[in-house]
Design a protein around this ligand. Structure first.
Ligand code: ATP
Ligand code: MG
Length: 327
């Protein structure tokens, strides 16, 4: 079985529909066909300022949402990045394998450094730590959204560069990006990625939003000129985004989704999608709240996950240390 590995940052209380469709649904599906490893990226989270108490809470909340969405900690390894010391160890080596120019070319760095007043050095070196996250486990495939494609390409380059310079050490991973659903857009600005760090929550659908709030966000989603429900990213970005969400949540292909709404108005699409999203997310929300009621159990699951992760990650770091000439 191929090994699949991915992570989500602990940067908000609730994950959003983009995380759910672009990442979590893939994580759950991967469990059927691969050896699956998932982590909560709390070290990546502090590349932008975080309140310590909130970060701690969000780490547990994010773990609970993974499990509530269907990541099974018996079948998969679920852990917290900071609890496996191998991550920053290999991260440092990757910082020394990557060049400064490469890091500066990353669009995530450009976007986030433009948005934040104070830009940490960690925000620049983020992709080196991300490469370490992946290479430590010799992952074959990394299920992520489209926004992470560039970082993954860099990870592949760093793995190849290290292997060439020091001898074969790392598996070169493939991106697991599902083209159709890899980028879910903000409901109020369908040209911008739905993001935890969005300016306004109006276009951001949270997994933990109350059902009423979810319905309201869909019903007030920005649509486009014209009346025909059709998939056209250029001319109808709003409607196309709603159709993408519909096809993913309903589990049908785009042609079927478009056919389903033939001759109907935008309002009909919004209403039906609001119902479907509530139906999908309400059980995830309830399960998350249940899981949070037993924090000791969640903490235990994560500790067990970290132990299993270290069993694979530590020998990889030891091999890398040996190769670079650390005594
Ligand atoms: P932040 O704004 O803090 O970076 P984020 O919303 O981008 O948060 P991440 O934790 O950085 O979320 O990403 C977790 C996973 O979700 C990644 O695989 C990422 O590619 C995916 N993802 C994030 N946003 C979207 C989106 N709008 N559509 C599809 N996938 C997404
Ligand atoms: Mg992100």
């Amino acid at each position: 079985r191929p090994r699949s590995l991915s992570g989500i940052q602990a940067t908000s209380d609730s994950l959003h529909l983009g995380n759910y469709i672009g990442a979590l649904q893939q994580f759950v599906a991967q469990q059927e066909t691969s050896d699956a490893w998932y982590f909560i990226a709390n070290m990546h989270a502090i590349t932008v300022p975080q309140d310590p108490a909130k970060l701690r809470e969000r780490t547990l909340l994010t773990a609970a949402q993974f499990i509530a969405a269907g990541v099974d900690p018996e079948r998969s390894v679920l852990f917290v990045q900071s609890q496996v010391d191998a991550h920053p160890k290999l991260g440092w080596i990757m910082e020394c394998v990557a060049s400064e120019g490469e890091a500066r070319r990353m669009t995530q760095f450009k976007d986030k450094s433009a948005k934040n007043e104070q830009v940490s050095l960690g925000l620049l070196t983020y992709p080196a730590l991300m490469a370490a996250d992946i290479l430590l486990y010799q992952a074959d495939v990394v299920p992520v959204g489209e926004d992470q494609r560039q970082h993954l390409e860099l990870t592949r380059n760093l793995a190849e560069r290290f292997n060439k310079r020091f001898g074969h050490t790392f598996t070169v991973p493939e991106p697991g990006i599902v083209k159709e659903t890899a980028k879910i857009y903000d409901l109020q600005d369908p040209t911008a990625k739905m993001s935890k760090s969005a300016q306004s929550p109006a276009g951001l659908v949270g997994i933990l939003d109350e059902p009423k709030a979810i319905a309201k966000k869909f019903k007030s989603a920005v649509t486009d000129d014209g009346t025909e429900v059709a998939f056209d990213r250029e001319a109808k970005p709003g409607v196309s985004n709603l159709l993408t969400i519909y096809s993913s949540l309903a589990g049908v292909d785009m042609a079927t989704a478009v056919e389903h709404f033939e001759g109907k108005m935008y309002g009909h699409l919004k209403g039906e999608l609001a119902d479907l999203a509530v139906e999908t997310l309400a059980p995830v929300r309830e399960r998350t709240l249940e899981l949070l009621a037993d924090r000791a159990e969640l903490t235990r699951i994560l500790a067990a996950g970290a132990q299993r992760a270290a069993e694979v990650a530590d020998p990889t770091v030891a091999a890398a240390y040996e190769r670079v000439g650390f005594l």
